[in-house]
Design a protein around this ligand. Structure first.
Ligand code: MN
Length: 243
């Protein structure tokens, strides 16, 4: 039986930091590891991250970066131009192995862990809307709510997660500008590693639910980024979400 579930924020190709984080939590093969998406792109070692994912038999959800890469690959195979890609994504199009692509293609939009009463999504959920009715783009890209309750991918001071009442508890990423978010019914784990921040894990003992924010803090483990791989200032508040 697994002893712990380890949830890890947006890695974005930071394989070195991921290795350090696994050391910091003293990962063993009896642990289950769950990623919140955006494993790849922007950082230095996307394939390295996917190798670690396979080695530790992790699970995870699709991020908007994986989604974009898969969309581009499908389009090009069908002879269409597909989405415009950044240089970082264009580089990955030629560098990922068949095994890497298969891994990306296998990632679900959400993952439910009844053992912890946890749902994992990359970006968020619109409060009060059943999972089956959530928009794919919201699950992948939302950061906040408009006054009318619809989702926006733009950064706002108040995260969607502040207005989410559960259940289940949602564990998510995608919001490097806000950093780690500890809400009563949601936990945001993107602590901006690729931007020179940190890579963060939430470590839950088997069979336990996510404790309230104050107690939850003690279950977080972070390692600092070795470098600032990308400048976060390029992601300014109020701007539409960049990829
Ligand atoms: Mn993202």
């Amino acid at each position: 039986m697994p002893t712990r579930s380890i949830f890890i924020g947006d890695v974005h190709g930071c394989a070195r930091e991921l290795e350090r984080l696994l050391d910091a939590v003293q990962w063993s093969s009896s642990d289950r590891v769950y990623f919140v998406g955006d494993l790849v792109a922007r950082g230095p070692k996307s394939s390295g991250v996917l190798r670690i994912f396979r080695r530790i038999q992790a699970e995870g959800v699709l991020g908007n970066h994986e989604d974009r890469l898969l969309e581009a690959r499908d389009a090009r195979r069908a002879g269409r131009a597909g989405p415009h890609l950044s240089p970082s994504h264009e580089h990955l199009m030629t560098r990922l192995s068949d095994e890497d692509w298969a891994l990306l293609g296998s990632l679900p939009l959400s993952l439910d862990l009844p053992e912890h009463d946890v749902r994992i999504v990359h970006a968020g959920v619109v409060p009060g809307v059943p999972l089956a009715k959530q928009q794919r783009r919201d699950l992948l890209k939302m950061r906040a709510l408009e006054p009318d309750g619809t989702a926006t991918s733009s950064w706002r001071e108040r995260s969607w997660a502040a207005d989410y009442a559960g259940p289940p508890h949602v564990v998510f990423g995608h919001n490097a500008l806000s950093g780690v978010q500890l809400h009563p019914h949601a936990t945001g784990l993107d602590s901006a590693c690729v931007y020179g921040g940190a890579l963060t894990a939430l470590v839950l003992p088997a069979g336990t639910s996510v404790p309230p924010p104050e107690a939850r803090r003690a279950l977080l483990v972070s390692v600092q980024a070795a470098e600032r791989y990308v400048d976060l200032r390029s992601q300014r508040p109020g701007q539409p979400a960049s990829e």
